[in-house]
Design a protein around this ligand. Sequence first.
Ligand SMILES: Cc1cc2nc3c(=O)[nH]c(=O)nc-3n(C[C@H](O)[C@H](O)[C@H](O)COP(=O)(O)O)c2cc1C
Length: 666
Amino acid sequence: MYRYLFSPITINRLEIKNRIAYPSLGLLFSYDSKLNDRYTHFFRERAKGGAGIVTVGPVGVDFLGSGILALSIARDEAIPDFTKVTGIIKEEGARAWIQLFHAGAYSHPFLIDGKDPIAPSAVYSKYAKTTPREMTIEDIHQVQEAFAAAARRAVVAGFDGVEIIGSAGYLITQFLSPLKNHRTDQYGGSFENRLRFPTELIAKVRDAVGPDVPLTIRMAGNDFVPGSNTDTDTPKIAAAYQAAGVDAINVTGGWHESRVPQLPMELPRTAYAFLARNIKNAVTVPVMASNRIASPDDAERILRDGYADMVNLGRVLIADPQWPVKAFEGRTSEIRPCVACSQGCTDEIFSGRPVFCVGNPRAGFEAERKIIPTDSPKRIMVVGAGAAGLEAAVTAAERGHRVEIFEKDSDLGGQLWIAGAPPHKRELLEFIRYYRAMVNRCQIPLHLNTTVDINLIREKAPGHVIVAEGARALIPPIPGADSPEVLNAWQVLKDNPMLGKRVAIIGGGAVGLETALFVAAKGTLTPEVLHFLMAYDAMPPERLKALMFAGTSSVTVFEMLDKAGKDVGKSTRWILMDRLNRYGVTIKTGTRVLSIDNGKITWEQDGENRSDRFDTVILASGSLSEQRLAKAMADAGIPHTVVGDGIKPGKLNDAIHGGFLAALGL
Ligand SMILES: Cc1cc2nc3c(=O)[nH]c(=O)nc-3n(C[C@H](O)[C@H](O)[C@H](O)COP(=O)(O)O)c2cc1C
């Protein structure tokens, strides 16, 4: 079905069985730079799922470049552990790749025993919040030798291919960038001089591994940093890399410090494939595309339409390692989605914690969270078809229990519909697609429009009940908040009612801010209309840009705390705040709303009372657990398990992981 995706490709002389590569992703499964069982189970599962290449990385080549957190192959003693992992990847039918890593100025002193990070020049790094030491010529040669020695060890450990990281703002990118490289010697200044460090490095690694070992490099197709390399420079860089000896080029976009997002769901699917295509025009070796290639259709299109020769599936294979197998078998609707929420991966790793996956409770827990068939199948009643109930139902059914789902609404999905309503959050609706497919596949009877009470439970007499009642919007104790003309965020996101010109939102947490975006985006130019107007030069670009953010309502958010969006993930908060700013949303922090009276809001700020009039007032003040059935069951002494928001309002991963674990415990 996916003819191009599942055709083999040759890199150097090595045949790869398909066009799917799992790229390097820091997982932080250890704090001693060593591989452990958690890593090996993780990689086994990715290889088993059918990817052609599985990359182990990032792997440091010396201490200053990777410190205590990344894996390291800086010493021979590391070889046996890496040999074990390559054995596993190859045993499962994939080619084993390693990504060799040096952070340069992106290293942090606290990760390298308080030493200074090294870089081409002593330019302050906003990302690491420190100024690195300028590398001497001796340092330069040492780092190049360290890459070569690491690559040699990697080949001894059985890796089929070696990738050098030349992307994301790390050491090689720093040498290439006039922003970071202010050297006046042979490694700085002209384009040729800035290229010298990476091309010499490639040549040394090539020498170390010999002519037949596939050697690849990852590069940004555009640094997306003003003053740094753009897509007019990168094809020349790629051509120089090929001339220096690489066998394939892996193209991503941006640096860690770019103000253009690279990972979250705001980034449209396949958005950076055009960068790969741009590189492909300049080289003859295979090119890989990257970033948000979510569905098999997307991947096939990238290959078929000539954007790239291979696709990287990063978080997508964390969310579902079986993606390749399911695509091959035509079971695409059963692929667990990566919704690019960044909560379990990027946010965790930037907080120094191991990666997990919101949508896949097994990721990183492959050994301990196995779906083992039950030897005592029970009749299970699941009440509530939100994420928690659905995950519990599907997992229980996969274990061999006989499950039925009961849902009071007319469709499954619960709060997922609300969460997926704001602009750029539509990806969350992919969970609905997935659970619908799985409910079908597991042949789970789904009783919609059915409110469950104790009588129904007694009548059905199931072996166990999973109660996933969810939550409801909370009305805060503000005079006037309960009057009928005051809306709440859930109603607005779900029913999309007509709103007034001046809209106030009370509560500036994640829900309040996303509701603000939802409201502010109403009446703006749609992407299609923008494309049309741009294509015909119908209006000046600046005017079109203004119309992209000029909606029909003005929005003001009232937040009690000193900072809005405190509950938004680290890696995505800046994007949300940036968007709100572009849409002209006013955020009043440190405000306590005292009353709502016919659209007149009175609030206290800095000891003063003020008021203003709004056409629509929307509450976004959190939620309350629904516990009607759970309480009735507890009173009646009927055994049951509560999952999801019914325990306490939480995040999507609490719902999905909680539902999953409850089903494992049955
Ligand atoms: C938690 C995390 C860690 C990552 N670590 C690396 C890395 O060490 N080296 C690298 O080249 N890319 C790294 N990436 C980028 C991924 O390889 C990949 O390009 C990115 O996630 C976009 O692809 P995706 O949308 O398929 O996930 C990382 C991404 C994430 C989310």
